[in-house]
Design a protein around this ligand. Structure first.
Ligand code: KG4
Ligand code: ZN
Length: 343
């Protein structure tokens, strides 16, 4: 595909056999990230400044504080990415930035930095959808090609996506209430774990009995999901114990078992219906040990399974650069505005 530099309109070939290097910036939530990716698959710089410590004090992400921290870190992560890559700005083929969905104040910081870099260096600008970027994390360090079925599980989204080609995707189903990551974080808070609860809940679950408690699996039509009933059931269970005698590990393990089996059951049904032989998992919750294990179990049934390396599951800019390279559904107009929700 051809992109054009912003000022002199010089054509730049993206993905047509020329080596190209895309620098991307991601600031949709609480990670300030910059990366350089060669030809969509090879990461040559990857820098992530996490704000988790700041937000942990408040038990969740405070948007105004997140935006201010992005401002403080943005120049540093860009400098570090240039340093790691060994490239000069003129050697970068195009600059990409996340447009949405995410926190508006946070998105503005990264997107404006990406637009500025493109303008100053007279290179193409590529605006990227954060959810598409999570999917594209699967192209990093692999030779994966569509078509495949994808399970996208993050802090804000839970979707089964039919990825027909690099640019053509259909959402087959999604959550009608809480996203999986949100459910993890809320249940973790009920149990008294610090923010972000997901990874810690996962750790405790690995030490518990997944069949200790029978929790309800929501019956939702088609490929849609619902996790709010499960969250309420955990709340009831937690309240039935004294704080000191609560079997925390077993509660975590039972919750994790219910979530992972619900997700993978529907994913398998979608695979069978479409007759695909490849399946991927993506998004921050793709780092979850049990969800990964159950999805990789599909290999025993003859499917090719892929999951991004852990560092490319949670928010990062390498996935944004990969998406800018592969997905033609980008927002290439330098005047594109940030957006908070899925369009
Ligand atoms: O994709 P992501 O970094 O941000 C969004 O785009 O939303 O996902 C963050 C979410 C948080 O809810 C976090 O608790 C969850 O991913 N998460 C996990 C694990 N690692 C991260 N949830 C369960 N198990 C994990 N190992
Ligand atoms: Zn994300």
């Amino acid at each position: 595909m051809k992109k054009y530099s912003l000022l002199t309109k010089t054509p730049v070939d993206i993905g047509t056999g020329y080596d190209n290097y895309i620098m991307a910036i991601e600031t949709s939530c609480d990670e300030t990230a910059c990366a350089v990716v060669k030809n969509g698959r090879e990461v040559i710089a990857n820098v992530v400044a996490s704000q988790i410590k700041t937000h942990a004090q408040y038990g969740g992400v405070i948007p105004e504080i997140a935006a201010r921290e992005h401002l403080e870190s943005i120049n540093f992560v860009i400098e570090q990415a240039f340093y790691q890559s060994g490239l000069k700005p003129e050697e970068i083929s195009a600059f990409a930035g996340t447009v949405g969905p995410g926190l508006v104040g946070s998105l503005l910081v990264g997107l404006n930095a990406a637009k500025t870099l493109a303008l100053v260096n007279d290179k193409p600008f590529i605006g990227v959808n954060h959810l598409n970027a999570h999917l594209c994390a699967n192209y990093i360090d692999t030779d994966l090609k569509p078509p495949f079925m994808a399970l996208l599980v993050s802090g804000g989204h839970t979707q089964i996506i039919d990825v027909k080609s690099y640019t053509e995707q259909t959402i087959l189903g999604e959550t009608i209430d809480d996203a999986v990551g949100e459910a993890y974080d809320k249940v973790a808070r009920l149990i008294g774990l610090p923010y972000p609860g997901g990874p810690m809940l996962d750790k405790l679950a690995q030490q518990g009995n997944p069949h200790a408690f029978k929790l309800p699996e929501a019956k939702v039509d088609g490929y849609n999901f619902s996790f709010s009933g499960l969250k309420t059931a955990v709340l009831r269970l937690v309240k039935s114990f004294d704080k000191d005698s609560m079997p925390v590990n077993d509660i975590c393990a039972s919750f994790q078992e219910t979530v992972s089996s619900t997700l993978v059951k529907k994913l398998k049904r979608a695979l069978e219906e479409k007759g695909y032989k490849q399946v991927v998992v993506a998004g921050g919750v793709a780092a979850n040990s049990e969800i990964r294990r159950k999805v990789f179990d599909l290999e025993k049934e003859g499917y090719r399974v892929n999951a991004p390396a852990m560092k490319y599951c949670t928010d990062n800019a390498a996935m944004v650069a990969s998406c800018a390279y592969f997905n033609e559904n980008t927002f290439d107009d330098v005047n594109v505005e940030v957006f908070s929700r899925v369009k």
